[in-house]
Design a protein around this ligand. Structure first.
Ligand SMILES: [Zn+2]
Length: 340
């Protein structure tokens, strides 16, 4: 395993270099961040390591559980209780000793900018609404390609986001209704709960066959981005029950508050009754923008916390407010117009 000569590397990748437009040097220079080392992340990671991607950064704060072993390719019984990223890094190094692999046992929001911004591609196979939404807003902010996959029973889905070129996750109402419901309830509490028991992960029906289909496609789209080949444009839906792929065309929303150029530059206009209470106004924003209970509203440098006061006692019409929410990587900027 130590005899990794230039020649043996060449032979190792011989078959894939026969593919039209393949460039192993580009693949070798690729740096991919894999967020979520569950079923999809594991399959994608194995495939990318085998293909000779130069660097993988693995991000996940979970430990391996027995119930993961039916579908999470990199883990074995003796790994139960250990950190997913540590075990995944160990196994991926065995698959390709040339791979530089960094395990980060943390939440995506805690990864340093230096690690994130130098990525060629970010791959996510997450099961929580808050984290998926956060990554989406992050890649749009930093202009990074995102390969996003999901699975549920025999169903799977895949989407590639090239910021400012195609639709982001927020452009479409592809976020399941129940997830939107959760976002409107105190999901801070749910997150604390999920760290203890992971109910969200455990209640999703899932089988490895679907993770191979979707995780494989996620790896393929990642390789294509590294090779600078055209990406999947549609939202791809896999119905494993019928054995049918459906491609749904997506279009960018001009008023998407994450990726539209309008709201990247300008504040989002919101109307408020002249005598509206701050608490009610905040609920209005929560409802309209799927923000959580933990959202914080700021005027200038002041946090607005007196929810029983009237908004017009604190700000003038056309004032700018910033709202920080844990599901978004940067604050939303609102301009308030009072109805007289
Ligand atoms: Zn968008």
């Amino acid at each position: 395993m130590n005899n990794f000569t230039h020649e043996s590397q060449k032979i190792r990748y011989d078959r894939q270099t026969l593919i039209e437009n393949w460039d192993q040097e580009k693949i070798h220079k690729g740096k991919v961040i894999i967020v979520g080392l569950g079923a999809l992340g594991s399959v994608a990671a194995v495939s990318l390591a085998m293909a000779g991607v130069g660097e993988l950064v693995l991000v996940d704060f979970d430990s391996i559980e027995i119930s993961n072993l039916n579908r999470q390719l990199l883990f074995r019984m003796e790994d139960v209780g250990k950190s997913k990223v540590e075990v995944a890094a160990r196994e991926l190094s065995k698959i390709n000793p040339e791979l530089r692999v960094t395990p980060l046992n943390m939440k995506i929001q805690d990864v340093t900018k230096a690690d994130l911004e130098t990525a060629t591609v970010i791959v996510e196979g997450l099961d929580t609404f808050v984290d998926r939404r956060w990554i989406n807003s992050y890649v749009v902010e930093h202009d990074l390609p995102l390969v996003s996959g999901g699975m549920f029973g025999f169903l799977g889905n895949l989407q590639v986001i090239i910021p400012h070129e195609n639709a982001c996750l927020e452009c479409q109402s592809l976020i399941p209704e129940e997830e939107l419901q959760k976002a409107c309830t105190p999901f801070g509490d749910q997150r604390k709960e999920s760290r203890k028991k992971k109910p969200v992960d455990d209640v999703i029906p899932s089988v490895s066959s679907v993770s191979f289909v979707i995780g494989g496609l996620m790896a393929q789209e990642t390789l294509k981005i590294i090779l600078e080949l055209p990406s999947l444009k549609e939202y791809l839906f896999w119905d494993g029950t019928a054995g049918v792929f459906t491609a749904v065309e997506l279009s960018r929303r001009d008023d998407c508050f994450v990726c539209s150029s309008e709201y990247q530059l300008n504040a989002i206009p919101v109307r408020s009754a002249i005598d509206q209470l701050i608490g009610d106004f905040m609920n209005q924003l929560r409802y309209s923008f799927n923000l959580g209970k933990e959202m914080v509203m700021i005027s200038g440098t002041q946090t607005i916390s007196e929810t029983s006061k009237r908004l017009n006692e604190i700000i003038d019409s056309e004032a700018i407010l910033r709202v920080i929410d844990p599901s978004l990587s940067k604050p939303l900027k609102f301009q308030v117009y009072f109805d007289s």
